[in-house]
Design a protein around this ligand. Sequence first.
Ligand code: ZN
Length: 174
Amino acid sequence: MVDAELRKIVAEMFDLMYEARGVGLAANQVDLPYRLFIANPEGEPDSKESEFVFINPRFLERKGMAEAEEGCLSLPGLYAMVKRPDQVVINAYNLAGEEVKYELDGLFARIVQHESDHLDGVLFIDRLTPTGRMALSESLAEFELDFRSRQDRAEQPSDEEIAARISELEKART
Ligand code: ZN
């Protein structure tokens, strides 16, 4: 599954993520039909040692609970408090095709849960606390409509759509 093409796509996803000043990006956010996400909890293009790729991620454990503010590259400008387990053990494959297991907490644990949620079609706004939901007020309804329609389309992207998205990604690099 991990080949030169996938490595190229992942490099393009990192470019997009940094451009958008994100700390994580799921493949289906950019209409790519892979069950993978990327993360860099530092959010800095220079900190290559903090770049992680999670292919076919699976949680082995989730413990504790913490509340913190989240935003999402798919919902620009929206931020809200989200409650999630604060310690996780996650299993995945990396870009070298090796099976890896990470024990994470704090921000990194939050990122991998947020991104794994994307792969299951779940957004942080689906996990809001009552306080978080109130803070978002009206803008939420508007975003939700728009997002659901994009999500519906992304569920079954045609080959043409995927090819077009990849060439868009390539353009975005230059
Ligand atoms: Zn997101």
